[in-house]
Design a protein around this ligand. Structure first.
Ligand code: SF4
Length: 458
């Protein structure tokens, strides 16, 4: 690892260099790992990979490759594909097949990798005058997700990204909005919305002027119920120079300041996967600068094998975050998409990691909730395991739900050491279905309509 001193980075005006796709196999650092190069070429033909020089030079410990956690996070590995999928793409590449045949093999594999988990497109994209609003999602009553077109990439990619389909150019899977007016007009007719999450990709990949168009427009719209703007980002981890030496870094901080001064709660939903990402002088200074604007940094990441499947790693990460003034927020369960089989852990193991971590931390770090699944009906946390009426069960609870009445309600699943997701669990006590599967109201919109009707009836 070669960490550039902050002064040196500022002096030279450090610029980001990125390496993407199969070409990353040619990086000089991999010259000594020739056995990995073919695997990298094959896997990166299917799944998106992009790595910048900060990650390569300052986060990865090359003496520990291939087991270095940041290498595992950002570089392709053979086991990210099943043997069958790997072989089908590898044989097309090895045979020197024409590009259209390689692409056909690649596309077939991509569609098998569940590119849009949890029914994101069908269930969450709202409609206006019968038209689906591409680039918006409105799953929970209070929160709208906005995907600005210019923010649909990241400074580097995580191998486990559940939005990978956004990056591989399958047109019909792209969620992006080209204009802010669509969002504003939707919000004007959606008075339940208190929070807008600007997400991607990574919205901080955008130039400050583009981001300012979004944030300033939201402020100027004076929507009476809007109180928070969240920015989902891994820039602090993958490119802290976004806040330090990028030509518009200072403008970004001024933008944060004026949005906060206008009375908005601005939260940077910062994605950190490993404590190493919090150790460089650049990230410490970037966090300090962001916090000086009044923006709150809340941290989250999925729990994944090979990168952070250890309670001590999370405890160290959360304690470091608290020391730097961030608020630990979520430990997520890896979603059912892309290279899930490479990164996933059974829920009971995720619970063990969470419990080990949380008991090691100070109370200030215990704001972290998890392990939480962003499943189709809502965010479900595994609270623990217990024995109820002689049956070993997992205790579950909705932290957020399509139907707000489900939030906070405990429910139980039969203990299953192999299940990795909500749909792999069975209800406990011999019941056929979970309570939410029996509820005729499975969406907050329906609730609103019923409330409206009851006003007239009652
Ligand atoms: S930063 Fe987020 S959106 Fe970007 S690759 Fe990682 S998980 Fe995906």
């Amino acid at each position: 690892m070669h960490e550039l001193s902050l002064n040196e980075a500022k002096r030279v005006g450090r610029k980001m260099k990125v390496h993407q796709g199969p070409r990353i196999a040619d990086l000089p650092q991999l010259a000594e790992h020739s056995e990995l190069q073919r695997d990298i070429r094959v896997v990166s033909s299917v799944l998106p990979f992009k790595i910048n020089d900060y990650v390569i030079d300052e986060l990865i410990d090359w003496s520990r490759v291939p087991d270095d956690p940041i290498f595992r996070l950002t570089f392709p590995h053979r086991d990210m594909l099943t043997e069958r999928d790997f072989d089908s793409v590898a044989s097309a590449i090895d045979a020197g097949a024409p590009a259209k045949d390689v692409n056909a093999a690649v596309d077939e594999v991509r569609w098998r990798l569940n590119p849009h988990p949890s029914g994101q497109l069908e269930k969450n994209v709202p409609k206006q005058n019968g038209e689906a609003l591409n680039g918006l999602q409105h799953k929970y009553r209070e929160t709208v997700l906005y995907f600005p077109a210019q923010g649909q990439t990241c400074h580097s990619y995580c191998g486990y990204c559940f939005r990978w389909a956004q990056f591989v150019g399958i047109k019909e899977l792209k969620q992006q909005s080209k204009d802010i007016e669509t969002l504003l007009s939707y919000l004007q007719g959606a008075p339940t919305v208190t929070d807008v999450l600007v997400t991607g990709g990574d919205p901080l990949i955008m130039k400050t002027a583009k981001l300012a168009n979004i944030l300033d427009s939201l402020v100027e719209a004076k929507l009476p119920n809007l109180q928070s703007i969240r920015l989902g980002t891994k820039a602090l981890s993958f490119w802290p120079y976004r806040f330090l030496t990028d030509p518009d870094a200072d403008d970004l901080l001024r933008l944060f300041e004026r949005t906060v001064d206008a009375g908005m709660h601005v939260a940077l939903m910062a994605h950190f996967s490993h404590p190493r990402e919090l150790e460089t002088a650049a990230v410490e200074e970037a966090i300090r600068r962001v916090r000086s604007t009044g923006v709150v940094i809340r941290t989250q990441a999925p729990l994944v094998r090979h990168v952070n499947d250890d309670g001590a790693v999370w405890a160290e990460m959360w304690d470091k975050q608290v020391r730097l003034g961030c608020v630990p927020y979520y430990m997520f369960v890896e979603r059912d998409t892309g290279s899930k089989q490479y990164f996933e852990l059974p829920l009971v193991q995720a619970l063990r990691v969470y419990s080990e971590a949380i008991e090691k931390c100070s109370g200030l770090a215990r704001t972290a909730r998890g392990p939480s699944m962003s499943a189709s009906p809502g965010k479900v946390v595994v609270d623990g395991e217990s024995v109820v009426a002689g049956e070993r069960v997992l205790n579950l609870r909705f932290l957020q739900a399509r139907n707000p009445h489900w939030v906070g309600r405990p429910f139980y699943a039969a203990y299953d050491p192999r299940a990795t997701w909500l749909d792999g669990l069975r209800p406990a006590f011999g019941e056929k279905r979970f309570f939410f599967e029996e509820d005729a109201v499975d969406d907050w919109r329906q609730l609103e309509r019923d409330d409206d009707l009851s006003r007239f009836v009652g």
